[in-house]
Design a protein. Sequence first.
Lengths: 346, 397, 319
Amino acid sequence: MVPTSKLSQIGLAMAAALSAALPLVASPYHIELGSTALIAAMLALSLQLLVGCTGLVSLGHGAFYGLAAYVVYLISPADVGLSIAITLPAAIAASGIAALLIGSLSLRAKGFFFLMVTLAFGQMVFFIFHDTKIGGGTDGAYLTRPILGLFGFDLPLTRKQRPMAIYYVNLIQLVAMYLGLAWLLRSLFGQVLTGIRVNEHRMQALGFNTYRYKLAAFVIAGMLAGVAGHGWALHRAFVNPELVGWHRSAEALLMILMGGLGSLAGPIVGAIAYTGLGEVAQLLTERKLLVEGAVILAVVLLLPKGIMGFKLPEFMKLGKPDGSNAPAEIEEAHTQPGQGQPVPND
Amino acid sequence: MPSKTTIALSRRKIMKGAAATGLATAVPTGWAIAQAKPLKVGLMLPYSGTFAKLGENITIAVEMLIAEKGGKLGGREVQLIKLDDESKPENAPQNADRLVKRDQVDVLIGTVHSGVQMGIHKVVKESGTLTIVPNAGNGAVTGELCARNVYRTSFSNWQPAHGMGLVLGKRGIKKAAWITWDYAAGQESGQGFKEGLEKHGGQLVQMLTLKFPETNFQPLLAQIAGLGVDVVGSFFAGGAAVQFVKEYAAAGIKVPLCGSGFLTEGTLAAQGAAAEGIETALHYGDGIDNPKNAAFRKAFKDKAQRDADVYAVQGYDAAQLLSIGLDAVKGNMEDEKGLHAALEGAKIDSPRGPVAMSKEHNIVQNIYLRKVTNGENKVMGVAAAQLADPGKGCKMA
Amino acid sequence: MFGATERNAGVCLVCSRLGCGCSELPELNMDLSILLAQLLNGVQYGLLLFLIASGLTLIFGVMGVINLAHGSLFMIGAYTAYLVAKTTGSLWFALPAGIIGGLLLGTILERGLFQRFYRREHLDQVLLTFALILLAEEARSAIAGNDFQSVPIPPILDFSVPVTNGFSYSAYRFAVIGSCLLLAAGLYLWIERTKFGAMIRAAAEKPEMVDILGLDARRIHTTVFAVGTALALTAGVLAAPLYSVYPNMGDGFLIISFVVVVIGGLGSVTGAFWAALLIGLVDTLGKAYVPKVSGLAIYVLMAIVLLWRPQGLFGRETR
């Protein structure tokens, strides 16, 4: 999951530095496109904690993302925005609480059933915003942008400067999220999650209460999705029910798959590739779906381990605890990717 | 079809260059040079998915008008930049950005889906880009969210249904029901219908709704007989309207069906005999007898090899409105005051008859009563003359 | 089409004269007959869902493939009906076209594409089938255009049967109910009563059994995939006159079919049958009697079922 070699670490640092330099050369449009990609990357990265790290495939992840954006809408007054110091914690808290509720129920189901239960809960949240007037109904609503600032000192930003500031806020959040998750995965907690992905029964036999670990991962992932959703609210100042719907979750999953399941960098690469693909396909042709479909098909046929798997295959090995590579491969061919379902007689 | 090219020089650079030249020669003024630059018109419409046909018809009609004007509006060459919005609201701000910020269009024409319109509206409210709505009928865009730079040449959801309600109310209908999707357009059309009925003492007994865009109508149809209403009004469009009308007929319900005109618009061939006799109200219809309409329908058929529909008319009028505005300022979009004065005061000779702009920038138009006769939406009369949307909550800056 | 012309003879003008026919029956009877009509609706909808879900559950059960493109197969079936009806003028040819076309398409897809993915992770299959959805939509757009199109009901069935006072039921819908029941019975006999069916059941229950018993896995896989595809196309053909054909029409059916499959238990055709009926009825009655929460109803139901029986109603404890 986490690159351990000096080389890959330097590579990642350089990628972050390059991203930080982007606004100096890019047009206003491309800065905003960059923000869109960064937010998508945060969403995909938060989902990776479940999918790639713990082996829990959720289709309800969009609910926490959208909920956070709606919370910003609900708590912001109509005229003057609140400080980001209020909106961000509120969004994270709301997503975390929702994830705790949904996760504690959904995690009773396993594998494909877990996927469907999370879908069900995600759709329930969707219908709450779609069918009631809480958040402006089907067409969505506009919100007052949170103010960028800390401890009462607001950044004095003109309208022109704002997109760049938002870009940097999102970039900082993404980097922090990456570093935080990298740290988390190296801790005992992360090792247990990896163990659950590879073989949940073995972890239980070792005396770990895997349900609690999975729930903790689910809540953390939900809170991080909340950060992404808050980023969207900040970026677009516009909420609509589609932010919550399962399509959003599926899209995040797609980004992870394109980037690669085996590394934390995978979802980020996937999100940027997916956003870029949409942009290029739209420029090239009026048959956008054809290009997108063909590229995804090519990725799945030619790059079985995603874009990252192609470039840096060692990531896959580094992510797994020593000695467990071979059995994990066999199991994963038969069950959900690391759903943690035991092979009989194991 | 003009391809999507990005002009390397930004507007500011050109303006600067123009100013320098102006100083040197003192002949061409700034805008005269700007005028030489093509006018970029962004078309953000659905070219794939459920509403693709609507997007195509609007586009064809816009191209038609531009061709009629010799490829120029207000003396400037027009460059069309098309963008498929896929009717996806979550991508709408990004897509609008593509036109407004990347391609830096002077004008944006779009769109069909009202959720997507909300995304466009957010972007253009901030950027100030002149925007003309060729379909989406959500009241908010020319209501509480109205903006100085946003105009609508189509309708508000409230308008056609209100016309239908008025007609029924005048006939002395006391009780009616309204069937629609449970989403903004459905609710707003229901509201228009209700207010129309109530003006003449009628009453909307019940609003039957189902989730957008589901088409499992049977559970709703089975309830109608028990409601004891004199008439059922409805708002559906496209494929769902086809199915709804057919199922209504097949269910053998004795209560007559009527509705907002989209119920039978562009769908009659598919609905067949099931639609015969249904009355609807809309801002367009077959057999509107004016030379403009005749010419428009012929030209559209020549270009597209199919009949024009209401969406084509809306797109055509979007381009007509733009043309009026640009003519007034001779292509100089910088003259915002003159431009908006011309747009607000525009009197358009539309294929649907004379139309104008309300102070909230929604179209003021006749709502016609139509009746399906031999597979045509035959116009029976005017349901409401020069009807304006109430435009509630609009505070134009 | 007498239903149509008769009803519309009066139109809105004279509706007050026509609209009072309902007061002849007492209130209670009215409610009961409406309930009857709603039950009929629920059953018809549920049976159609079964046709889609049965293929989905079989393919998942035997090959372990999550086929997101199953909704696109349904869409292809519906467009087949539309194109056949348009070119030949009769819907009757569409049914064999759908079935044979489905078997062929299923074989091609399985041999050409899916076969390579049995050993791959489920998520790769998700990616693959997602790409197929996009490509199918583009193909649909290129071949049949983006317009919504109506498919005529065969003239023989184009009449309505009065079920309640003031509400008739289309004969075609009865025909759909009948066809679905026939297909369901055939499927049941094939799987439960034939030797090949026994092999499929063995494969669905314990994939490793196939190798142990020396069964021809390739043949089983291709057959199951072809039959599943044919069922989806057939559902599309039958549904076309009811729902019209339009872009992305498979989307809504796909998700709800997955709900059916999960509630019924993965791989269980019997489970899919009862779950489809359950979902059809809950959805229909929900819409009729508690419209405000009807969107939620099926998802709440699925959540409850899965929390109570995590393997689905007819699923086995571990898979």
